[in-house]
Design a protein around this ligand. Structure first.
Ligand SMILES: [Zn+2]
Length: 168
């Protein structure tokens, strides 16, 4: 979720909620499908096909989208795949896969220090990109630069005081 949200924050901050929803979707799609049927699906199975998530991104890009939300939802699902593929058990490329694919040797254990290091590094890199853009970083619906808005005379002191501790 943190990786998907920070990449989305750099590219299209408005779509962050859709992207976070998408980044968890392969797992909750699986819960929903399991709840709807008597036989349980294989974990990291049909909802974890990289090809399906990438096709959804392409469809959103070239066929139909709603304000970029569908694209970033699918991008979140793709990020989920990449993160699952970094783990020992891996994730399937597509419906033709008879085994799961791992990235970089699948060395990451869920909940391990390495997992936090990778996540932290990506979040930090995205934060640096955002911060170095400064006031020209465009409209950010989250992490609003209230002090900057006040300094530039866009809002008054009362508004700054009311909002200065708000993050979201
Ligand atoms: Zn998963």
């Amino acid at each position: 979720m943190a990786i998907a949200a920070s990449i989305c924050a750099v590219c299209n901050p408005v779509a962050i909620p859709a992207c976070i929803l998408g980044s968890t979707a392969p797992d909750w799609f699986e819960w929903i499908l399991n709840a709807a049927r008597s036989r349980k699906l294989k974990h990291r199975g049909v909802t974890h096909y990289l090809a399906a998530w990438v096709l959804a991104m392409l469809a959103a890009q070239f066929l139909w989208d709603w304000r970029g939300m569908l694209f970033w939802f699918a991008a979140g699902g793709t990020v989920h795949w990449v993160c699952d593929a970094l783990t020992i058990s891996g994730a399937p490329l597509g419906w033709w896969s008879d085994r799961r694919t791992t990235l970089l040797g699948g060395r990451v254990r869920t909940g391990s220090v390495l997992e936090y290091v990778i996540t932290g590094a990506i979040v930090l890199a995205c934060a640096v990109i955002l911060w170095t853009r400064g006031p020209d970083r465009g409209f950010m619906p989250y992490f609003m630069d209230w002090a900057g808005l006040y300094q530039r005379g866009i809002i008054d002191a009362a508004e700054w005081r009311a909002h200065r501790w708000e993050i979201l």
